[in-house]
Design a protein around this ligand. Structure first.
Ligand SMILES: Cc1cc2nc3c(=O)[nH]c(=O)nc-3n(C[C@H](O)[C@H](O)[C@H](O)COP(=O)(O)O)c2cc1C
Length: 329
């Protein structure tokens, strides 16, 4: 059954979605997610207590996390019934943002498989509107709220306001297509103040989302500073910055299987260096069960993905969970 759904989705993705202009394919995919109650079909999830893990003391029914991209609460609500152990909402900024002009998302065919490059630029409704929408979202599985800012004040206001509405709070210092957010990783000294201020702004478990482009700063300065501030979870990580002349910003974040090898290498080094004091969500390039299993075997506490959800379809979570259970028998 799982295999048949996966094969059907491949035909749909390669034969239809990939042939449509990208904005049309996105609109179609998001409308389908909102309208078709896939979450009511048991076929997309696998409920088994042996899969449960904890992250920051919060119980997740399994270690798979939908990475930040969707903010529409109707989509988040569906995703919570599609096999994920937790779902991340898109990074929210203090003021509404229209995002970067189109084209802001293109497909890429890499040697490793299909991926995306985006310069989304945090299209989102802003803090006030989003707080009201999130307050009405039931948490069938834990919700991770995500925030992005350009100043310490921004992050503190966002974390204080959205923290009560999430089970965990992720703060994004790593999106490669909004200069001021990406620049935080280049200013580790200032980041220390940010980490402390954000820690004081919420009692919820905090996650720092790191960029794969700053491995050295992450591991020598940012993670030690996070631990010092009492922040024990990292999401490693965001998309990799690349030049992409088809995008309006001429550059964007590469996601999908091309970045998987780096995700695995970053996880291995970080786990070896920080041991069990750090919890790690490994994100970047997971689009097949063996990749998720490899990350968990190397010590990831949880595995995040977004691009695989698009290129392999909503059945990917179930495929991974089946393999995970089989490996534990
Ligand atoms: C269109 C798009 C929008 C994204 N928006 C966000 C965001 O708002 N906040 C964030 O932390 N990451 C964002 N990401 C990054 C993903 O959460 C993820 O870290 C990255 O795509 C690597 O994982 P993947 O290879 O599984 O997609 C976005 C990615 C894409 C493709």
């Amino acid at each position: 059954m799982t295999r048949a759904i996966a094969a059907l989705y491949r035909v749909l993705y390669d034969g239809v979605l990939c042939r449509l202009p990208e904005p049309t394919a996105i609109a179609l995919g998001q409308t389908a997610l909102k309208l078709i109650p896939l979450d009511r079909l048991g076929a997309f999830r696998l409920d088994d207590p042996r899969l449960a893990v904890t992250l920051g003391g919060v119980r997740l029914p399994n270690p798979l996390i939908l990475a930040a991209m969707y903010y529409d609460t109707r989509i988040l609500r569906r995703a919570m019934g599609l096999g994920f152990g937790a779902v991340t909402a898109k990074s929210i900024t203090r003021d509404p943002r229209p995002g970067h002009p189109r084209p802001n998302l293109v497909r890429v065919r890499t040697a490793a498989g299909p991926g995306l490059v985006n310069c989304n630029g945090f299209q989102n409704p802003g803090l006030d509107a989003y707080r009201a929408a999130l307050a009405r979202l039931p948490h069938r599985v834990p919700l991770i709220v995500s925030v992005a800012g350009e100043s310490v004040d921004d992050y503190v206001a966002l974390v204080a306001a959205l923290g009560p509405l999430g089970d965990l709070v992720e703060f994004n210092i790593s999106s490669p297509n909004t200069r001021l957010v990406y620049e935080w990783s280049r200013r580790p000294a200032e980041l220390v103040g940010l980490l402390r201020a954000v820690r004081a702004a919420t009692t919820k478990p905090l996650i720092v989302k790191l960029s794969p482009d700053f491995a050295d700063a992450n591991e020598t300065r940012i993670i030690p500073a996070a631990l010092e501030a009492g922040i024990r979870i990292v999401d490693y990580g965001n998309a990799r910055r690349v030049e992409e002349p088809r995008l309006s910003q001429r550059a964007g974040g590469l996601s999908g299987p091309e970045i998987f090898a780096e995700t695995l290498a970053n996880l291995r080094r970080t786990r070896a260096r920080f041991g069990g004091e750090l919890e790690i969500i490994a994100t970047g390039g997971v689009d097949a069960p063996e990749k998720a299993l490899a990350l968990l075997a190397e010590g990831a506490n949880a595995v995040g993905y977004f691009t695989g959800f698009i290129t392999r379809g909503p059945i990917l979570a179930r495929q991974i969970l089946e393999r995970l259970l089989a490996a534990r028998r």
